[in-house]
Structure formats: structure tokens, C-alpha cells
Ligand binder design. Sequence first.
Ligand SMILES: O=C(O)c1ccccc1NCC(=O)[C@H](O)[C@H](O)COP(=O)(O)O
Length: 369
Amino acid sequence: MHAPAELHGSFCSVCSKVLRPQPSRQNLQPRLRSHQRRYSTKQQRMAVCPQAVSAPEAPPSKAPPAEVTIRRRAPAGSSTQPCGQFTFKVPQNDGEEPQNKLEEIVWYKAKEIEDMKYIMPTERLAVMMKAAPPPRDFIGALKAKAEATGRPALIAEVKKASPSKGVIQPNFDPAKIAKAYEAGGAACISVLTCARYFQGSFDNLLAIRKAGVNCPLLCKEFVVEAYQLFKARACGADAVLLIAAVLPNKDLQYLMRAARKIKLQILLEVHSIGELERVLQLDLEGTMLGINNRDLQTFEVDLDNSKIILSSPAGQEAQRRGLLFAGESGIFTPEHVTHAQQAGCQAILVGESLVKESDQAAAVRQLLA
Ligand SMILES: O=C(O)c1ccccc1NCC(=O)[C@H](O)[C@H](O)COP(=O)(O)O
């Protein structure tokens, strides 16, 4: 099978976007601005992207709302990267340390994706994707459950370990856990696929889908490239997580379009008002929003985060537009579920409090009581 037309072409090794040959000066501006955001000095930008040498500086945009910036790391190895008609010089940032855990994870992803592509080139993945079972309506399942029960619908997470808690469930059988969640009344299942930081895997996604779990599946990954979307769909995912703190709007827009092409729905995660304001500028078709109560830099959980964000003008605007919200992280009790509901969430995403129990079906029933 051929990848969708838009996905043909070479990826820029610096910003992971598809590069089209000979862009006009006008089309160059958004990409330039994205590089300018990532590399603070002109000197750094020129080292990274030769286009920046010949093109004029982008005009300063309106002051952005305060939000987390995760820097993208250049691939290790050669100082030049061939990329279609272009050759990019990449900074040799050996010895530079990530500023926080999220940045560390995102930097590691570049290397991980390189290895994944070596093991399974995109062409083979495309064949596997074609053979995958048809996608199910993730957002529809949440809406239907919330309407039927009058309570937030549950996305129950298959999560063995996390950077903040270490191993949460040593007795980890992903398909068994997913079946228990379904039996307990979960509307959807989230599957962490990140191996290094969560001891997850894409094989877990595949195993859960093959075990006959009917709930739609979310691939919980730190997506920075379209390759990961193909992998998610090939392994039976119905939706995929995109994190606003990790991706600037240009990258989000591109990945969202790529996801729609392969019929993956999107859970777009924000954790600040600034991020919500920013993502509301995007085309959000086939997308629901998640509000993470966990600060992904400090790991601190504040259940009021959903309320603060949803009661802001941007939160009100999103609700007027009929967008579905999930409250994520730190939900342990039925009172916490009510708290999320009162904040305006029609769904909740819960991992630790359910997965650590030996009877996960009972844990789901108790949480939703
Ligand atoms: O869970 C973490 O420690 C973590 C650290 C860094 C980035 C992401 C992290 N978690 C991903 C999630 O968003 C949670 O797994 C999910 O919201 C469920 O949270 P919880 O119910 O608190 O397990």
C-alpha cells in the first residue's frame, strides 16, 4: 500500500516535517518561524537550517501565552543530514543535557524512531497498516457512555510503570488487564507504548486488540513523527495521543492531518490555559481534548487544573464549540471523578489507581460508583 500522498517526501531531520521541493518564500515563513522558536540565536538557526541564511527574519508575532517549551534534539552522528533536495547541518549538541524529564523522553524518541524504522521500514509498516482491523469510534464511545450513565466515561490505562512512580504493577498482563477494565465498565482503553520510560510496547497494543477487547484503543505515546502514527494504526489503535507541550502548532496540524488520513482519532493533551488557547487555533475535526492534571515537567498533580482551564475564556469557548474533554491523571476516588465532572469533563483518563489493584474490574466499578 502507498502512504497517503501528503506523507510522501523526505522528513526534515531537524523538525520532522515533510519537506516539499523548492518552497516559495511565502511558504517558507511558517517553517522558518518554527526553527526560530526552537533555536534562540540566529547563529544557531543558521547552523541548523541553511534556508535561514537566505530568507529574511520572520516578523515578530504577537506575544505568546506562557507555556512549556520542549526543545527538539538533533540526531546524533553526522553533522550533515541529506533531506530531499536539501542538506541540513545539524548542531552537534553532544554533552547537552535535557532540561526536564519530558524533554529527555522526547529526545530519546528521535533515536527510538530511527531504530524502529531500521527494523521495520515505512513501506512494510504501510502494508501492516492496511491489514489492521478497521478503526473504531473512540470519541463516539466516550460520548455514548457519558450520555448513558450521566457520569464521565472512563478511559482506563494499561500502565506498568511510570517515571514518577516506578513499577506500579509487577504482575503485568496487558490483555488480561484490558479485559478486566472492559468488564468493569470502561468505555475505552489507553495503552502506554513507550518502552524505556513506562515499560510499555506496541506489542501490548497488538495483543490487546488480538485478545478481542471491544473498547476502542488509545495509543499513549510521545508522538513526534508520522511514523509513530502508522505504527499505532498498524497495531490496532483507534486514537492516538498528541501532546501540545511537545509539539508546536505547525507540527500538531501536520500530525493531525496525517492521523485523519489513516482514520485515527486524536486525544490532544494540554496542561495550561496558554496551550488550550494555542490549540484552539487548529482544525480540531476528529479531535477531543485532554487536560493533564500532572505537570509533565515536575510530575506534580493538581486536580484543580481541569477546573482552572475549563473555566477560563478559552475553556468556555472550547465547550461552546462542543469539544469533548477528558480529565487526566491523579484520579483515585469517586469524589475525584465528581470533581472532574464538575469542572466540565465528560471523560476521565485513569491509570495508576486502577492498574495497581489485583482485581481491576472491581476497581473500575468502585471508581465509577
Ligand atoms: O505518569 C507519569 O509519571 C508521567 C510522567 C511523565 C510524562 C507522562 C506521564 N504520565 C502519562 C499520563 O498522562 C498518565 O499515565 C495518565 O494521565 C494516567 O495518570 P494516572 O492515573 O495518574 O496514572
